[in-house]
Design a protein around this ligand. Structure first.
Ligand SMILES: Nc1ncnc2c1ncn2[C@@H]1O[C@H](COP(=O)(O)OP(=O)(O)O)[C@@H](O)[C@H]1O
Ligand SMILES: [Mg+2]
Length: 240
């Protein structure tokens, strides 16, 4: 299977701060790839560079073999590359249903296809169905995360970028969110780039992983190899 996303030696700056330094990685069609790293490593910056929210200083990002480096964010979504942002930003005053509808706003494939995806999302996330007429602000943290994932799925993505979906959730809900991510990948066939501080859970469901440290890719490999690596275990998995 081919390379769906290719990030080629990118550099990203915030003024004089050099946040991302010559970062390269790729995600193949059908994979779950995780990028793990501590707070401040540059994970969100990398995601925003891919989704077009931040300009590159240099380097290139290719999606389906074509450059998206200077494309507008909504155009990138239209290509099938959807982002589920950090901190599950749902529209709290809108209902669950309307939040999901917002996810579909760039689509041009007609109402029937959108209705099919409502069914798909409610099937995957039944709790959202029960709460479809409730304002999103009244949902629990875990339910809001499910809504953020559901909203991204309403774009009908080929690839999903997830920025720390487990942040702030109880261990039980973290498990459920990771189960949902696996299902989106395995059942719906969506390729996933998963950014996480929860390295243990992320490496558990991923095919491959990259370790980001202060804006550099420090290590890469099969997820099970990284999970067994003594340096990774010590720095990210709490081993002694
Ligand atoms: N808007 C910003 N302005 C200046 N510096 C920023 C901004 N956003 C992030 N940074 C800096 O860039 C680095 C990477 O941040 P970020 O990508 O948010 O890391 P992560 O998501 O891995 O926690 C950090 O040093 C952070 O302080
Ligand atoms: Mg972040």
């Amino acid at each position: 299977m081919g390379e769906l996303l290719k990030v080629n030696q990118i550099n990203v700056y915030y003024g004089s701060i050099h946040a991302i330094k010559d970062v390269s990685f790729h995600v193949d069609e059908g994979e779950i790839v995780t990028m793990i790293g501590a707070n401040g490593a540059g994970k969100t910056t990398t995601m925003h560079a891919i989704s077009g929210l931040l300009k590159l200083g240099s380097g290139e990002i290719l999606y389906e073999g074509k450059t998206i480096s200077r494309m507008d964010p909504h155009k990138i979504v239209q290509l099938g590359l959807a982002q589920c942002p950090e901190g599950r930003r749902v529209f709290s005053g809108l209902t669950v249903q309307d939040n999901l509808e917002m996810g579909a706003y760039t689509r041009k494939d007609g109402r029937d296809a959108i209705e099919d995806d409502f069914d798909m999302v409610f099937d995957l996330l039944p709790r959202l169905k029960e709460r479809r007429n409730q304002p999103a602000g009244t949902l629990s943290g875990g339910e809001q995360q499910m809504l953020a994932i559901g909203r991204a799925l309403m774009c009908k993505p080929r690839m999903l970028l997830l920025d720390e979906p487990s942040m702030g959730l109880s261990p039980l809900l973290v498990k459920e969110i990771f189960r949902i991510i696996e299902s989106v990948n395995k059942k719906n066939g969506v390729t996933v780039l998963l950014v996480e501080q929860n390295a243990k859970m992320a490496l558990n469901i991923a095919d491959r992983g990259y370790v980001l440290e202060t804006g550099n890719v420090k290590m890469e490999g099969a997820a099970h190899e990284l999970a067994d690596n003594p340096d990774v275990r010590k720095a990210y998995l709490g081993a002694k």
